[in-house]
Design a protein around this ligand. Structure first.
Ligand code: DGL
Length: 286
């Protein structure tokens, strides 16, 4: 088992992982924030969903995914999955003591607390994330008076993985999950997409909750935190050339999937916001 220092230097890629293609929404933000970096993205598509699994299982899966990425050589790890961030961050940080490990929950909580005026925040997440109370805890640490309504919306993961981002079935699922919100109480003004699969449903969720509620996800805040840290520890990569600067890092993204390479390419494009070539994806076994 690999422990301790990542031998990888500043030219090594940043490792990013999720249970499936959802974390590509975070990769998208990372690439925008850090155009000179290269990335290795691992989607554990064979074992998705994580959101319905026990925390012990999610910790085991997360450690296996991280072991794999560390063995390939990465200079930082971004856990682009709220469920894995909620369950496995302490275990990951313990195992890889000298590797910067970033989760998405704390950045998401920070963005929500910065956005809210009423201190009433809705969190939509997977069963596992809601059950563990990670968002509730992270938000109240920053804003002790906050009221947090966390709703488990597990079916959204299946809809998103299926590429269903609009239509009657999507609107019906959203309405069903948001039903408890229409039962009185003070008005929430901020909604956190507490699962990296949910940003593709953002438009329909926004239509359901109305324009008074600001919708945020942790992708941009996470990417900013990673950039800040890499600058601090002087691990940023030297820019390759100034001509194609904004896209310089894109050729350097590798994708790893534990199942369904063709599906990963087809569905992942929507999450990443651009086409993924099948030749960029490697089938791996953890
Ligand atoms: N995308 C993951 C998250 O952010 C989990 C989805 C799942 O595997 O259930 O929580």
């Amino acid at each position: 088992v690999t422990t301790g220092s990542p031998a990888a230097g500043s030219d090594a890629p940043i490792g990013v992982f999720d249970s499936g293609v959802g974390g590509l929404t975070v990769l998208r933000a990372l690439r925008a924030e850090l155009p000179g970096e290269s990335f290795t993205y691992l989607g554990d598509t064979a074992r998705l969903p994580y959101g319905t699994k026990s925390p012990e299982t999610v910790v085991r899966y997360a450690l296996q995914a991280a072991d794999y990425l560390v063995a390939r050589g990465i200079k930082a790890l971004v856990v682009a999955c709220n469920t894995a961030s909620a369950a496995a961050l302490p275990a990951l940080r313990q195992r890889f003591a000298n590797l910067p490990v970033f989760g998405v929950i704390e950045p998401g909580a920070r963005a929500a607390c910065a956005a809210t005026r009423s201190a009433h925040i809705i969190v939509l997440a997977t069963e596992g994330t809601v059950r563990g109370g990670a968002y509730q805890t992270a938000i109240r640490q920053l804003l002790p008076q906050a009221q947090v309504d966390a709703i488990a919306c597990q079916i959204f993961v299946a809809l998103a993985e299926e590429g269903w981002v609009e239509g009657k079935a999507v609107d019906a699922a959203i309405a069903r999950y948001l039903e408890p919100l229409n039962q009185g109480g003070s008005a929430p003004d901020t909604l956190v997409l507490g699962c990296t699969h949910f940003p593709v449903l953002r438009e329909r969720i926004a239509a359901a909750v109305g324009s008074q509620i600001r919708i945020i996800d942790s992708a941009a805040t996470t990417a900013a935190a990673v950039r800040e840290h890499l600058l601090q520890v002087a691990l940023t990569r030297a820019p390759k050339s100034n001509s194609a600067a904004p896209r310089a890092g894109h050729a350097d993204t590798r994708f790893l999937a534990t199942d369904g390479v063709l599906r990963f390419a087809a569905v992942g494009a929507r999450f990443l916001g651009e086409a993924i070539a099948v030749s960029q994806i490697e089938l791996i076994d953890l």
